[in-house]
Write a protein that binds this ligand. Structure first.
Ligand code: IPM
Ligand code: MG
Length: 357
């Protein structure tokens, strides 16, 4: 198959990890007789530096024209400490999600057995945990009207959801649950928020169309607690944009490290695949970032956007073998890891390529 893949590294370690993800895609193309054609585009702080715009039109056009996007991260500490900055790297990411209609952010939380010891949660609580989050990605408080009033002394962010927006993400989650353990947990704050009451109403309304899926509703605060107390009780979780942002960072600890988690953002057009970790400027340039989330994002890309199931499984299998062989990056190493097995970004990439053979 011939496919056009756009590499969008963005900021910080995004550059380092997508370079490795791309190598893995390339090796897969060679092994399976595909032709992957690559292009690159700017987003985030690097795009602001080059053009003044966190998502230049040229980047957006390239995204729309490609078959899939392998994305890195956006962000720069300069803006985090300057709340008055009008142009920010994250605006590029949000605009990309909106413009490409990426309303469903799929974040699989799966623990590789070898990493049981890397989490701060007890192994006996974690073993076997396997959760798939569906985070709504183009609505909620992220995209509602925001502003200041009272001479700037009061600020507001409006959270809004339409029936249509809730229904389309809920249906994706129901369908995924059907292919898994047939359990869906819908997370909201319906005891307080009107958007959450609409959310719950919509999920309840369509639930009878999926009689094989067992549905429960949980409040977001209780979910935050249950994820740590008993992660195995969850199968598919569907939730709003902000709750999903927070809960998936929390859930990353179930997988041992943020450095392990991949995500797929899909919807109307080109799919975007990215690690859930950010730009991590504290380790940028040191060459020590964990590339496995980007590699696993490449695996999701192959599966979801290209329908290449065998190719995707090959990548996941290689990651599994690398971990079984004892190799770790610093973030997933523990006190028992021999120092010779702690690898930097490129060396970890090389090991994955080796185990692809
Ligand atoms: C994520 C990130 C983004 C978000 C930031 C960088 C805007 O945290 O993808 O989870 O909040 O969605
Ligand atoms: Mg986040």
């Amino acid at each position: 198959m011939k496919k056009n893949i756009l590499i969008v590294p963005g900021d910080g370690i995004g550059q380092e990890v997508t370079a490795v993800g791309k190598k893995v895609l390339d090796r897969i193309a060679g092994k399976f007789g595909h032709e992957f054609v690559y292009d690159e585009a700017l987003i985030g702080h690097v795009a602001i530096e080059a053009t003044g715009n966190p998502l230049p039109d040229e980047s957006l056009q390239k995204m729309k024209a490609s078959d899939a996007v392998l994305f890195g991260a956006v962000g720069h500490p300069r803006y985090d400490n300057d709340p008055s900055a009008k142009v920010r790297p994250e605006q590029g990411l949000l605009k990309m999600r909106k413009e490409l209609g990426l309303y469903a952010n799929i974040r699989p939380i799966k623990l590789f057995d070898e990493l049981l010891g890397a989490s701060s949660i007890k192994p006996e609580i974690l073993k076997g945990a396997d959760i798939m989050f569906f985070r709504e990605l183009t609505g909620d408080i992220y995209f509602g009207e925001k502003g200041r009033k009272n001479n700037g002394d009061t600020a507001y962010d409006l959270a809004e959801y339409s029936r249509y927006e809730v229904e389309r993400i809920a249906r994706k989650a129901f369908e995924a649950a059907r292919t898994r353990r047939k359990k869906l947990c819908s997370v909201d704050k319906a005891n307080v928020l009107e958007t959450s009451r609409l959310w719950r109403e919509v999920v309840q309304k369509i639930a009878p169309e999926y009689p094989d899926v067992e549905v429960e509703h949980q409040f977001v605060d209780a979910t935050a607690m249950l994820l740590i107390k008993d992660p195995r009780r969850f199968d598919v979780v569907v939730t709003a944009n902000l709750f999903g942002d927070i809960l998936t960072d929390e859930a990353s600890q179930i997988a041992g490290s943020m450095g392990m988690l991949a995500s797929a953002s899909v919807g109307d057009g080109t799919g975007v695949y990215e690690p859930i970790h950010g730009s991590a400027h504290d380790i940028t340039g040191k060459g020590i970032a964990n590339p496995l989330a980007s590699i696993l994002s490449a695996a999701l890309l192959l599966d979801i956007s290209f329908g290449m199931k065998a190719e995707s499984e090959k990548v996941i299998g290689a990651v599994d073998k690398v971990l079984k062989a004892g190799f770790r990056t610093g973030d997933i190493a523990d006190t028992h890891t021999p120092s010779g097995k702690v690898l930097n970004t490129d060396a970890m990439g090389e090991q994955v390529l080796k185990f692809l053979e």
